[in-house]
Ligand binder design. Structure first.
Ligand SMILES: *[C@@H]1O[C@H](CO)[C@@H](O)[C@H](O)[C@H]1NC(C)=O
Ligand SMILES: *[C@@H]1O[C@H](CO)[C@@H](O)[C@H](O)[C@H]1NC(C)=O
Ligand SMILES: *[C@@H]1O[C@H](CO)[C@@H](O)[C@H](O)[C@H]1NC(C)=O
Ligand SMILES: *[C@@H]1O[C@H](CO)[C@@H](O)[C@H](O)[C@H]1NC(C)=O
Ligand SMILES: *[C@@H]1O[C@H](CO)[C@@H](O)[C@H](O)[C@H]1NC(C)=O
Ligand SMILES: *[C@@H]1O[C@H](CO)[C@@H](O)[C@H](O)[C@H]1NC(C)=O
Ligand SMILES: *[C@@H]1O[C@H](CO)[C@@H](O)[C@H](O)[C@H]1NC(C)=O
Length: 642
């Protein structure tokens, strides 16, 4: 018995999806499905409809969905045999073999949600997605080959010379043998060295319930179609309900072929669960290692072995953020816009779409991202996954429901909710986060852009630092000429960094000091000169401190909740952190000690660094900023305390 099909989607819609499958443009695309085949009927019994519904909920509810394949029969046997046979629904779902776990589930959930829209009132339906297929019918099809309908898609790239068609056929034949005879795994992938530095990637797969000779039959039928539909193309795919094959010049699957070198195998992103969030890695779009990473680039080899960062397919990100819609935009970070995304299961994510820049080495960048993912601490925003598809560089972070510190601190209404206890907890949290970056993580990480907008607050108002590791990742991706580019934000940058591009752990300590003063005063350092005081927050704080009137600095919103000794201590520590000479500034571990102890005597701070007016560094050249320095210098000298 065979699936019969009468009704196909309109070519227009289909071709839209084809583009998604095969073109490698970077513009936002939202693939919904690849193809479908429905058979309408005017005479569907209500029982049958109910059974279809049960089938669909069985799929979404099947606990073994992560394995990627199962089938079932739903028939109403509530006592009577009457409804029995004719109303039985046979259903099957299958994910591409390399797609397991969460993303398999995602694909199938999408299919389940769409099938009733695409194939309403259908006795039989087949829905193909890029990485999964969903079928049901009133006729049993388990274990049987189905070759109807078949469909094909091709990409724009043509083969160079007609003898290549034969080469491709031979290559695919090898894959069929591999899948059905050698490994008997019903699927196979392989990288083909195509000459001229070119690698082609092949994939074949059958439904796992087919006997292997049936699988072979199905795949051979696809191979026969290939020369007619796709023989002149490098990128193509042919599908039937029970099998499919595809070739592309980009690695579109996630697993290595069995001959992969140990290096490439090491790098294959595993499907392991990352922490509590079971984002599993795969992607048609986010291929991982197009080329083998050379040994000398494997700076983080050891670490990569211990756990991999999942990649998330661009399609998922586009869906979850409504194609990077304005409505889902959370803000503009130092490295690009950030969007809020909602995964199909309701989990919220923050999607950082890194802006593009030239000279980016993808492998190095990937290494950096892997490295960032290793940095895990309760006061750091956690990197959950990434998507490095083509020119998109997207980082997926845990979502912080209370946004950034600046949105609370510099808002007249919201700041009232930040009582002293909470502000102190935030200060402690930030300090611990920096301590981890500087000293507790195995590799010393200098943040370089600490500021209130890079401190996020979770639902319990715990402070979590974001954007760590990115300055380094970006720098590594830069051309040599640009490596000295400063990436901080004026107002928070230590003078040696702002002026000379020299950064060290002490420049982070400086930024921390500014942050603490801002948390206490509720005022921006960088906007401070606009206020009546006509001086930078740092100098103002210094002057007041010298005059012994520390508490005058305090945000009025703290009047009811402050504890004088604690506020004074924090101001004192902050002033130690913002001292002009970096050698005078304490390390962050000392800061954490001082914050946590009431007995450690605090040294007397020296004069703070002048602070540079507000400006984003990307616009300001180093020479431009020294001009600023002289202006501020004047201010400094006039403001020197007695
Ligand atoms: C099948 O159903 C869809 C939706 O109701 C309808 O648009 C289409 O014309 C039907 N096709 C046939 C062949 O009846
Ligand atoms: C999923 O299964 C649980 C129990 O196993 C059941 O309570 C729930 O209703 C099912 N959900 C659906 C959509 O069928
Ligand atoms: C497949 O579905 C059946 C029926 O719901 C279920 O009993 C079984 O656990 C599922 N998983 C596998 C791997 O067969
Ligand atoms: C399945 O449905 C079609 C169309 O309604 C019908 O012609 C066919 O007899 C049904 N097959 C079975 C086995 O019920
Ligand atoms: C096609 O390419 C093959 C090698 O890739 C070469 O040997 C052959 O001469 C080419 N044929 C034509 C007609 O260019
Ligand atoms: C192959 O790649 C190397 C390095 O990427 C390049 O120098 C060489 O020209 C390429 N050869 C061909 C035939 O494209
Ligand atoms: C390939 O697909 C095109 C467009 O969908 C279709 O017109 C053509 O008949 C298909 N070719 C084969 C051999 O199935």
């Amino acid at each position: 018995m065979r699936m019969e099909t009468k009704n196909f989607m309109t070519p227009l819609r289909i071709s839209l999806c084809f583009i998604l499958l095969f073109l490698t443009t970077t513009s936002a695309q939202a693939p919904v499905y690849s193809y479908n085949s429905c058979m309408n009927s005017t005479s569907i019994s209500p029982t049958y409809k109910t059974n279809v519904k049960s089938l669909l909920s069985w799929i979404t509810n099947d606990s073994s969905i992560s394995k990627g394949f199962n089938y079932t029969t739903i028939s109403s046997n509530n006592g009577g045999d009457n409804d029995g046979y004719g109303d039985a629904v046979y259903g099957l779902y299958s994910c591409r073999y390399d797609i397991t776990g969460y993303f398999c589930q995602f694909c199938l959930t999408t299919a389940v949600n769409e099938i009733s829209r695409l194939c309403p009132d259908s006795v039989t339906a087949i829905l193909w997605y890029d990485v999964c297929i969903l079928r049901y019918s009133n006729q049993s099809f388990h274990g049987k080959v189905s070759l109807s309908p078949t469909w094909n898609v091709t990409g724009p790239r043509k083969i160079k010379n007609s003898t290549e068609t034969k080469r491709i056929e031979d290559a695919m034949e090898g894959l069929i043998t591999k899948a059905t005879i050698e490994t008997k795994q019903f699927w196979a992938v392989e990288e083909f060295d195509w000459g001229d530095n070119e690698t082609l990637y092949g994939w074949v797969q059958c439904d796992r319930d087919l006997p292997s000779d049936e699988c072979r039959k199905c795949l051979n039928a696809m191979l026969e179609i290939f020369p007619q539909c796709c023989g002149t193309k490098v990128q193509w795919a042919v599908f039937a309900p029970t099998c499919g094959m595809r070739m592309d010049d980009e690695k579109f699957y996630q697993k290595s072929d069995d001959n992969g070198t140990s290096t490439s195998r090491k790098l294959i992103i595993s499907f392991s669960v990352l922490g509590s969030v079971a984002l599993l890695c795969f992607s048609v779009y986010c291929f991982l290692y197009r080329k083998r990473v050379r040994k000398d680039e494997m700076m983080l080899d050891e670490e990569t072995l211990n756990g991999d960062l999942p990649t998330i397919p661009l399609i998922t990100i586009l869906n979850s953020t409504n194609n990077f819609s304005k409505a889902s935009k959370l803000g503009e970070g130092g490295f690009g816009p950030v969007y809020k995304g909602i995964l199909p299961d309701g989990r919220q994510i923050a999607v950082k779409r890194l802006s593009q820049f030239s000279g980016q080495g993808s492998e190095e960048f990937r290494n950096e991202v892997m490295f960032i993912a290793k940095l895990q601490h309760r006061n750091l925003v956690r990197l959950l996954a990434c998507c490095l598809q083509e020119k998109e560089k997207i980082l997926v972070y845990e979502y912080m429901s209370n946004a950034s510190l600046d949105s609370h601190l510099f808002d007249d209404e919201k700041k009232k909710q930040l009582d002293w206890k909470l502000r102190l907890r935030i200060i402690h949290g930030i300090a611990r986060g920096i301590l981890y970056l500087h000293e507790d993580s195995r590799l010393r990480v200098i943040h370089r852009d600490l500021k209130p907008s890079n401190v996020l607050l979770d639902d319990e108002m715990n402070a979590k630092i974001s954007d760590f590791g990115l300055a380094r990742a970006f720098e590594i991706g830069q051309n040599q000429a640009n490596t000295k580019r400063v990436m901080g934000t004026y107002g928070y940058m230590a003078p040696e960094y702002a002026m000379e591009g020299l950064f060290s752990v002490k420049s982070d300590v400086f930024s921390f000091g500014v942050l603490v003063l801002e948390i206490i005063t509720g005022n921006k350092n960088s906007g401070f000169h606009l206020l009546e005081h006509g001086q930078s927050l740092l100098l103002y704080a210094w002057n007041i401190w010298c005059a012994g009137k520390c508490l005058e600095l305090m945000d009025l919103a703290l009047v009811k909740s402050f504890i004088a000794s604690e506020v004074e201590k924090c101001i004192h520590i902050a002033l130690l952190c913002v001292q002009q000479d970096e050698a005078d500034r304490p390390t962050i571990s000392t800061v954490v000690l001082m914050l946590g102890s009431d007995t450690i005597p605090l040294p007397k701070p020296n004069h703070p660094a002048f602070s540079v007016g507000r400006m984003t560094l990307n616009e300001a050249s180093t020479s431009g900023s020294s001009k600023n320095l002289s202006i501020n210098d004047v201010t400094v000298s006039t403001m020197l305390p007695r």
